[in-house]
Design a protein around this ligand. Structure first.
Ligand code: GDD
Ligand code: MG
Length: 371
């Protein structure tokens, strides 16, 4: 079976992490984010994946190749301009030899999940549905597509980004669909079409079903807070992934040539060539990318520090993201979901908190910020 993965969004809410790298290939723990989705699809027997791309497709290709290392075959389709979540599926079908087939899967490319696609496909078959949406419960459906389920699993209503007063269920669309070919007829060609706003409403009462996944892990990775949540959950084994098998009995994974003179608390993952100086403390729930250097007395907890970044002497980084090549000076505090962009240089004594974001190319002098 073929699967289309929608990866054409710009990932603006994850900036500056996505200022230089498209969201699907931003590193999550130890691999490109999309690798988790490809590994998950491969486990469910999907052998052909079409990546519906808009933004920076060359970087996607460089990072993911032909898919063989994930056990499937990858094809890249580039839209001339963004076609929207529905238009992208139709465009992919037109571009492929033999099209998408009689039945195919569509996945939002920004989701980390281990939900059981096999069970969803079985439900789709039993119901004789034209389309079946994966459903998961969330606390606040306002940022998602709310789904009202009717008798026998038929969808009785679909509301994209509902207003608070419209919310009468906690079930939302998880961004994983099983579709029959004739659904493509509901997508007008050659223009931007939102599958959520134009296609699902037209299919309500006409063959749209939902399958509520119980107890599955599901996270839309689109914001810095959720990116941190995702890394932490991967390390803790809350979501099934290939990372868990790399962790030792203390929950620690380390790449080659690491020098650890400070303290490590698992679950934590170190890339290759990481250097943790004396008196530094790293972990728990922390990722240090390749060649990261943690200077004496620094503390890094529940954080992600990507490749080639440096955390200065005595600094604290907690619940924050430090992008590749950034350099944090001595005695800084970077906390509260702050994101330090690629290559940023922070002088000594800066304080970043409450979701502060510093964009690429910025150099802050000593003590410039107390956010
Ligand atoms: N190829 C292509 N072209 N992909 C696109 C385009 C486009 O024009 N627009 C968006 N995408 C991709 C995004 O990259 C993302 O992977 C996916 O489609 C969904 O778009 P988002 O922008 O992330 O949508 P959302 O998160 O606000 O809402 C969607 O996902 C929710 C679950 O996370 C909707 O499908 C909701 O109904 C759903 O609940
Ligand atoms: Mg999203």
């Amino acid at each position: 079976m073929r699967a289309v993965v929608l990866v054409g969004g710009e990932g603006t809410r994850l900036r500056p992490l996505t200022s230089t790298v498209p969201k699907p290939v931003v590193t999550l723990v130890d691999r490109p984010f999309l690798a988790y989705m490809l590994e998950w699809l491969a486990r469910h027997g999907v052998d052909e994946v079409v990546l519906a791309c808009g933004f920076l497709p060359t970087k996607l290709r460089d990072a993911l190749g032909d898919g063989s290392r994930y056990g499937l075959h990858l094809t890249y389709v580039e839209e001339p301009e963004p076609r929207g979540t529905g238009g992208a599926v139709r465009f992919a079908d037109e571009q492929l030899d033999g099209g998408l087939g009689e039945r195919f899967l569509v996945l939002n490319g920004d989701v980390l999940t281990d939900l059981d696609l096999g069970a969803q496909i079985a439900r789709h078959d039993e119901a004789g549905a034209r389309g079946t949406l994966a459903l998961v419960p969330v606390e606040d459906p306002t940022a998602y597509g709310l789904v009202r389920l009717g008798a026998g699993g038929a969808v009785a209503g679909f509301l994209e980004k509902p207003k608070i007063e419209e919310i009468d269920t906690n079930l939302i669309s998880a961004g994983a669909y099983v579709l029959e070919r004739d659904v493509l007829d509901l997508i007008p060609p050659d223009r931007n079409v939102s599958i959520e706003r134009e296609v699902w409403p037209a299919l309500v009462g006409a063959g749209l079903h939902g399958h509520a996944h119980e107890g599955a892990y599901w996270l839309d990775i689109g914001t810095p807070d959720r990116y941190l949540q995702g890394s932490s959950d991967i390390l803790a084994g809350n979501v099934r992934s290939g990372v868990t098998e790399r962790l030792d009995a203390h929950g620690i994974a380390r790449g080659g040539d690491c020098v650890v003179d400070g303290h490590l608390h698992g679950p934590t993952l170190l890339g290759d060539g990481v250097h943790i100086a004396e008196g530094a403390v790293v972990g728990a729930h922390t990722v240090l990318g390749d060649r990261v250097r943690i200077e004496p007395g620094a503390t890094v907890t529940a954080a992600v520090v990507l490749e080639d970044a440096v955390i200065g002497r005595g600094s604290t980084v907690r619940e924050a993201i430090v992008a590749p090549g950034a350099r944090i000076g001595a005695d800084c505090t970077v906390t509260g979901g702050a994101v330090v962009g690629p290559g940023v240089v922070l002088g000594a004594g800066n304080v970043l908190d409450r979701g502060a974001r510093v964009f690429p190319g910025v150099r802050l002098p000593d003590g410039a910020l107390a956010f």
